[in-house]
Structure formats: C-alpha cells, structure tokens
Design a protein around this ligand. Structure first.
Ligand code: SF4
Length: 374
C-alpha cells in the first residue's frame, strides 16, 4: 500500500570506490573502479536530483566515494547539478586534491556548500598512522588552510569548512587539543566528531583496528567533550552526548570484538533514523535507506523509480527501526544531531511534515514550533 511519508532530506551518491590513502579503519581503498562502465552515470544521477528537488526543495546531496575528488570532473558536475536545482551539496574529502589556491576557490564557488576534510587528530603521527600514508596530515591541513583563506577572500558566507574527526582509543583523551587546533589555529567552522565503528567495507573476517582501538572509556570521553562544550561554546546536544556514552558502553560489552561487523552484540539502544531521512545510491544505481545491504534496495532504472522507492519503503523501514548495528552512531544516520541548533532544524522539519517518532512527542512539537518561530 502506498502511504504518505515525509520527503527525504539527504541523498548520498557514490562517485567511485578507490582512494589514494590507506586508512586503517576503512577497506574501501582495497577496491578499484575497473567496472566503472557499469556505474550509474552522472546523467542518471542528475535526473534523480530532479526528482529529489521536486519532492523536497530544501534537500541535501552528499557526494561520496572512495575519495570522490579523484574523479574531479564527475565531482564538480554533480555539485553544479545540485546547485542548479537549489539543492545543498555536502561532501567529505581527504584534502589531497586541494593543493593550490585556485582549486580551493573553485571548491568554494562551484563545489559543495559544506566541505568536510577528514582529519583524525591535531597530532601528525596519529593522523598519518591511521590514514596509512606519511604526509597525509600536511596535505589535509594545507587543504583546510587554503579553503579557509578562499572562503574569506570570496566572502562565501553560505559555505562551511568542517573538519570530520574520527575518535578512537589512541586519540580520545586529546579531544580538547583537537578542538583548539581546528577552531583557533585553522579557523574552520566546526569540528564534527565521528566515533569508531567496525571497519568500513570490512573485507576480512578479522577487524584489527576495531579490536585494538575500540577500547575507549565512554564516561571519560563524555566528560572531556562536555568540558570542551563549555570551553569553546559548542552548543552540543546533551542527548547526543548521552548516546555517545551509551555507544562506548555497548562496545565495552562485546566479547568477540575482533569480528567487527560480525560481532554478536550491537548498541544497547536504537539510535539511528536513516530510513526516515536518507537515500543512499550506490555506484550501480541501487537505492537503499542506509549504507548496509542487509536491507533490500531498488535499482533505479526508469524516471520516477527514486520517488516510488521512497514512498513504498515502509516495510523496509519497519525492519530498520529494530536495528541496533554499530553504524547507528555515525553522523550520517544517527537520530540525534550533535548540536542543539542541528536538533532544532531537524525538529522544525518534523513539525513541517507532521512526523514524530520519538517518545516525548509533545515536548518535541513545542520545541520545533519555537525553532520555526525564530
Ligand atoms: S543501525 Fe541498522 S538501520 Fe541504522 S544505518 Fe546501521 S545498519 Fe542501517
């Protein structure tokens, strides 16, 4: 049966599978693009953006890889396609392809509105070790400084320069210095924290990085982040922070951690809502409601397939609502925004669409109405 569902807010489109770094927490770089001829073509992606813009004029496109900037023409074509349709574009890149001021300025003018650079630490040795390449730190920091400079020069107030940091056993006690470096030294708009999960695209039965680096004292981490919130005026969402503590408590309870995604336990609580806001479209044009292929997807072939998939996926959603996999903590799928401002935006969207799926609906309705009134 076709039921009314609020429109998607984020569509993730994958450009490639390969990468020029060798991250210890990701196996994507072990893949290649030898089957590129079978990929969903840019023209097909742009037609999906037409459907998305018709469904939700304030939707977002997330351009993903691999390292998406290795295919720089496809990258800018997609970003421009989003801009032309009034869709906000976002992307996380490793910074290695932003080497000169001209490229930084092109990124600001024609690239994503929200440019995130992956950086695992302000300590060079930690970043380089976990990114698998000596010199990766200098490249990421150079890209950030060029982007901040270009943004200032061009007065691009609608572009945000963000650092996407992964937190794990070797760096969680250093979070204060990380915020200081990102906000005060580099001058980026925000440091977004992501928390270690089993290795992305894990290819082997054993997951060494997850086994070695998931040993984080969740309570200690929460108190460190809370202190940073006070010190740097971050406006963090207390419910998100509570869930971060719950997440690491859940990790500590896993007996077979070395198995990564195949480990027997998930998180204590269900914390994702990817199915209510996201569509992930893989290299071959298969649409899903999250990155996991444990839930059914649909290959997009005809015009209208994207809209039909979204509107008819309630059976899939019903199953996903009971999923407690570790990826639920990821910034792209978790229900709770890390900041109070982000939470207000999300609640305003729920008010506008009349959808509440959390226990304290009345409280959220009032909160959302206040956000809309501002
Ligand atoms: S927690 Fe489950 S439903 Fe949510 S993103 Fe992960 S696999 Fe998908």
């Amino acid at each position: 049966m076709l039921r009314n569902v609020p429109p998607p807010r984020f569509v993730f489109m994958e450009i490639n599978k390969r990468c020029n770094l060798r991250c210890t927490h990701c196996d994507f770089w072990k893949r290649d693009d030898d089957d590129k001829a079978a990929y969903f073509q840019t023209e097909q992606k742009l037609r999906v953006l037409d459907e998305l813009a018709a469904m939700n004029p304030s939707a977002n496109l997330v351009i993903c890889g691999g390292e998406p900037m290795l295919d720089v023409d496809d990258y800018f074509e997609l970003a421009r396609g989003a801009r032309e349709r009034g869709i906000r574009a976002l992307s996380v890149v490793n910074g290695t392809r932003i080497r000169r001021p001209e490229m930084a300025e092109k990124m600001i003018l024609e690239g994503p509105h929200e440019i995130s650079i992956s950086l695992n630490s302000h300590v060079k040795a930690i970043h380089d070790r976990t990114r698998g390449i000596d010199g990766a730190f200098e490249k990421a920091v150079r890209a950030l400084r060029l982007l901040v400079e270009a943004k200032k020069k061009l007065g691009a107030t609608d572009t945000r320069i963000i650092v996407m940091g992964l937190i794990f056993g070797s760096n969680y006690k250093l979070v204060d210095g990380f915020y200081d470096f990102v906000l005060n030294d580099i001058g980026a708009d925000q440091l977004k924290l992501n928390f270690m999960q089993p290795t992305f695209g894990q290819m082997g039965e054993i997951d060494p990085f997850f086994a070695e680096e998931s040993n984080v004292d969740g309570e200690e981490l929460v108190s460190i982040i809370a202190a940073c919130d006070r010190k740097y005026g971050l406006g963090l969402n207390p419910e998100w922070l509570r869930q971060v503590g719950m997440y690491f408590r859940s990790l500590a309870a896993i007996g077979d951690r070395e198995k990564g995604w195949a480990a027997t336990k998930g998180t204590e609580e269900h914390i994702c809502n990817s199915y209510d806001r996201n569509v992930m479209i893989n290299h071959y044009g298969v649409a899903r409601l999250c990155f996991s292929d444990q839930f059914p997807g649909k290959k997009l072939v005809h015009d209208g397939d994207f809209t039909r998939f979204w509107n008819r996926a309630n059976d899939i959603r019903a199953k996903m609502r009971h999923c407690n996999q570790f990826c639920g903590i990821s910034h792209s799928v978790r229900r709770e925004s890390s900041t109070l401002q982000g939470r207000e935006k999300m609640l305003a969207h729920q008010v506008a669409n009349g959808t509440f799926r959390t226990p304290s609906m009345a409280e959220e309705l009032l909160y959302g109405l206040r956000a809309l009134a501002r």
